[in-house]
Design a protein around this ligand. Structure first.
Ligand SMILES: [Zn+2]
Length: 348
């Protein structure tokens, strides 16, 4: 979840040997066997290494999980964020996914730990890999005080991206957000997002900022544009994780693309003082009625159309390749495909 400067000299010798279709028939990795596979996602290349020093793990399950996360990110951004991405999976004895970390090095690099006993449900429920891939789609902020937007963005966009790809449900997302979003409400003695470096402010304060920005953009554009349009514009202007941008340049680029100054205005209001948000009123306006540990969605609320647009987006668009990738034919826009490569990559 945390990003930092990092240099890793890793040279992987890959011998591509065959393409595998949706059945993903592949080997169970044995203990101690590092495995390299490549997933092609909307023209981008995801190189996956699986370290099995501690435990063995199902290679097809890991690759399917990678494909689903890539699928989600593509559904939100219209493309995979970077042309080449390296994913280092480290298997541990246990279940679930933990300790994801992403760096703006090698074109985009993530290290993440996956339990050898993870079930299909564990992989299906995982949000962390999608969260890490979303970091690829935003510039590295110049200044540690802006870390909240990097994390808040990934927290807010991740469930939406998974809904768009059919890997999560809107009902589940709103239920989770009603429970978790209050963690982002500032305390009265907080000093704004740039100066309050608690976990709650960084992750959920940042997510609350993104949520408000999304709703406000949709209000001001009569629901024709949303936060995703600003984020796609930032990415398409070259603002991926490999680039260091100021927060001012980032928000200006986003605002110019959507034609309304929402991000810059919100930032000026939130950066150095605690802004109170009436979340209960927002849920009501959006048609989200909490109760009994879940929510009920009301389609007749004043902003229920905005809620649906957040869930579904402005329409299914054909993915475009990341800058630097070769143009792809129609067949490549289907679900990400996997290419299993040599099982013992040489590291020099
Ligand atoms: Zn993160």
């Amino acid at each position: 979840m945390v990003r930092m400067a990092f240099t890793l000299a890793l040279c992987i010798s890959i011998v591509l040997w065959f393409c595998v279709g949706p059945s993903l028939a592949g080997p169970q990795t044995g203990k101690g066997d590092p495995v390299t596979s490549t997933v092609i996602a909307a023209g981008s290349r995801i190189d996956v290494t699986i370290n099995t020093d501690e435990a063995s793990i199902s290679q097809p399950s890991v690759i399917k999980w990678v494909q689903n996360a890539a699928d989600s990110v593509i559904a939100y951004y219209g493309r995979f964020p970077v042309p080449r991405y390296t994913l280092r999976v480290i298997a541990f004895d246990g279940s679930g996914v933990k300790h994801g970390t992403t760096w703006g090095r090698m074109g985009g690099l993530t290290r993440i730990y996956v339990g050898s006993k993870s079930s299909a449900e564990d992989f299906g429920d995982d949000w962390m890999l999608t969260h890490e891939m979303i970091h690829l789609a935003f510039p590295s902020m110049m200044g540690e005080e802006h870390h909240w937007i990097e994390e808040g963005l990934s927290v807010y966009v991740e469930p939406i991206a998974r809904i768009r790809a059919g890997h999560w449900t809107a009902l589940q997302m709103w239920s989770d957000l009603v429970h978790d979003m209050p963690k982002g409400e500032p305390r009265l003695d907080d000093e704004g997002l740039d100066h309050t470096h608690t976990w709650a402010s960084t992750y959920w304060g940042g997510a609350l900022f993104c949520f408000l920005a999304d709703v406000e953009i949709r209000k001001q554009t009569k629901n024709k544009k949303g936060l995703e349009d600003a984020l796609r514009a930032i990415l398409n202007a070259g603002g991926d994780i490999n680039e260091d941008w100021s927060i001012e340049k980032t928000f200006k680029t986003g605002d110019e693309a959507i034609g309304v100054g929402v991000l810059e205005k919100l930032y000026s209001e939130w950066k150095d003082k605690p802004v109170q948000v009436d979340l209960d009123a927002m849920w009501k306006q959006l048609g989200i009625a909490p109760g009994g540990g879940t929510v009920r969605l009301n389609e007749d609320a004043p902003l229920s159309a905005i809620r649906r647009a957040i869930e579904k987006g402005s329409g299914a668009e054909k993915p475009v390749p990341a800058a630097g990738t070769a143009s792809a034919g129609p067949d490549e826009w289907r679900a990400p495909i996997a290419i299993f490569a040599g099982r013992t990559p040489r590291v020099r």
